[in-house]
Design a protein around this ligand. Sequence first.
Ligand SMILES: Cc1cc2nc3c(=O)[nH]c(=O)nc-3n(C[C@H](O)[C@H](O)[C@H](O)COP(=O)(O)OP(=O)(O)OC[C@H]3O[C@@H](n4cnc5c(N)ncnc54)[C@H](O)[C@@H]3O)c2cc1C
Length: 413
Amino acid sequence: MDDVVVIGAGIGGLTLGLMLTEKGIPVRLYEAAERISPIGVGISILPHASQQLCDLGLREALTRAGIVAQESCFYTRFGQLVHKEPLGLYAGYDVPQVQVHRGDLQALLLEAFVARAGEGRVITGHRCVRVEDGADHAVAHFVDPEGRALPPVTGRAVIAADGIHSVVRAQLFPAEGGPIYSGVNMWRGISRWKPFLTGASYVRAGWLSLGKMVIYPIRDNIDGKGTQLINWVAEIETPEHNQQDWNRRGRLSDFIGAFEDWHFDFLDVPAMIRAADAVLEYPMVDKDPLPQWSFGRLTLLGDAAHPMYPRGSNGAGQAILDARALADALAEFADVPEALQAYERARLAATARVVETNRTTPPDVILKIVHERSGDRPFERLEDIVSPEELAAVSNNYKKVAGYDRSMLRRGA
Ligand SMILES: Cc1cc2nc3c(=O)[nH]c(=O)nc-3n(C[C@H](O)[C@H](O)[C@H](O)COP(=O)(O)OP(=O)(O)OC[C@H]3O[C@@H](n4cnc5c(N)ncnc54)[C@H](O)[C@@H]3O)c2cc1C
């Protein structure tokens, strides 16, 4: 049997590699980077995705690498608590919700894939430049890091898991254009800091017009004295932005002013921001949902298929769910184009709803409601402006759309 060829050894590509290997379907991953190094900052693995990783036998590795989340908390920019709810195991799920450094997650997936599939199945230094569909196989064309053509690779299917700037998507949809800017720019960093709140809390605060923050720990006790790595993201509405590049350096002076007086009783936000080793800047972008992902033996997966705003912690999670659906379909249907159609049916509309909901009503709309109704002033009594039920409904609706409402997950993982 020809191998399945996966383009991109990011979170989606590696998870697909593991799932296909588990099903006995041979797979090779071709990655543009010369070396897989820990790039990125924090990501959250919500229960729907965590269940898939637990099913792959990665529960222990995942919880060891990251922090098992306990609670999600929403605050105003004055440090007033607006809404709080338990997460993952603490909310009665069978699986943990985990906050982890993207690089740590990628490394553990890579290690598991190499251990299970064998050496030589992740081929680095291969940048895909073009794909071709054929009657009984598909072909991917690559260049090396110097831009020299490499021998083409054939597979029974070619899966493009090559991220938000997917060259395969650009080939399949040449008129589409680049990512669409949301009007919100983001600055991200990681600070070494002492634990706050439960030591495993996911905090969102403020609102986008004046400055919003997302703050959560991603690695515990890094120095034997209890210090954590704290992942933070500052989001501010602004018409200006640079082109998206995960490694672009940002300037503290461009955004720190919005948070200068955020001295909460549990966290000195500006001091924590200043403690970061480096600041990365990138715009909040997504793309409109596509009408089609699968073309014969070619298909798209993860950010290549459905880049979304990171407002619901779902980028990695939806890539992992795609991998599950695609591996199941390739195992079920002997005919590859039929399998890729079944995968598309299972995932295209579902992920389009997440893209859309991340634009309109992601969980942080809780902060918008309070910001607007309080006139951006400290409130006396929260219940005078909003009921706990209304806020909980925002959160619960998002869980249903994204697929991690507790009633939607299988018990006993
Ligand atoms: C360097 C980097 C840093 C990131 N940092 C964060 C972060 O801090 N927080 C966050 O929430 N999300 C981050 N993301 C995005 C997040 O990983 C994805 O939204 C999510 O995990 C979906 O995964 P994916 O596999 O679809 O895409 P990605 O994880 O983006 O993986 C795509 C992979 O494809 C490779 N690739 C790209 N083009 C080609 C090509 N032409 N040929 C071969 N390989 C190619 C890339 O090098 C990458 O390894 C980052 C992505 C990258 C690539």
